[in-house]
Design a protein. Structure first.
Length: 233
């Protein structure tokens, strides 16, 4: 299968400007790749740099060294050197991000929150709404909540809305940041099904999953990032 994501010699440090410019190294010489239809999970203890790697791929963090190469149709884009406008375009149609936290949009219904990424990709409102409601139903979000803003939902309900939003659109590359954290067994099983469906559709996925059982069920490979960790001098 074709490679969708390739990290070459990627490094990241943080500079603490309010602490006399102290440099906090995070990771160095990160090398990994993810193919279409494959789910790769990042392993390692908390603080090893897993979240930082995902955030560099998504463009939230700039890497200090190396290349982050994403295949877009017949083009290879280096996120490490991409302009902000290009990164926003990639987020629209190429790279999805599924996290455990919902950034609530005031006065927008849960169904509309979920449907929005698919509409952004060109789907009609009716199609997107139908797909959104199907996903909310699969994730056991009560139907009485679908037309309400999720600001007052429970944490678990907000998490499931966010998962539906992350999985609704068609992204060749999908980043998973603890999507099953705090979910019960039934909803965790739904997320596993959604991941398997994306794999069958040829989506490349890179994720962080601390749940050992879920990781064993969906991971094609596990990469221990401990070897990329840089200790502070």
């Amino acid at each position: 299968m074709p490679v969708r994501l390739n990290l070459k010699n990627v490094g990241k440090s943080f500079v603490m400007h309010l602490q006399d410019g102290t440099v906090i190294p995070v990771v160095s010489d990160v090398d990994l790749s993810v193919c279409a239809g494959e789910c790769v999970v990042l392993g390692g203890a908390s603080g090893a740099g897993k979240s930082s790697i995902l955030k560099m791929i998504y463009g939230n963090y700039r890497c200090d060294d190396g290349q982050i190469l994403v295949t877009v149709d017949d083009e290879i884009v280096n996120i490490a050197g991409a302009e902000p406008r290009r990164i926003l375009k990639l987020r629209k149609d190429t790279i999805g991000y599924v996290s455990q936290f919902l950034r609530v949009i005031p006065r927008v219904s849960a169904a509309d929150v979920v449907a929005e990424p698919l509409i952004t990709q060109g789907a009609g409102e009716a199609e997107a709404d139908d797909r959104a409601r199907t996903l909310l139903s699969r994730l056991n979000v009560p139907e009485r909540l679908w037309d309400l803003p999720p600001a007052t939902f429970s944490g678990g309900e907000q998490q499931r809305v966010n998962i539906a939003r992350g999985f609704i659109a068609h992204y060749p590359l999908l980043l998973l940041d603890e999507p099953t954290a705090s979910l019960d067994a039934a909803n965790t099983a739904v997320v596993v099904e959604l991941v398997e469906e994306k794999k069958a559709d040829g989506v490349a996925m890179l994720g962080i999953l601390h749940d050992h059982d879920v990781r064993e069920r969906i991971a094609d490979r596990i990469i221990d990032v401990t070897g990329f960790r840089v200790e502070a001098a």
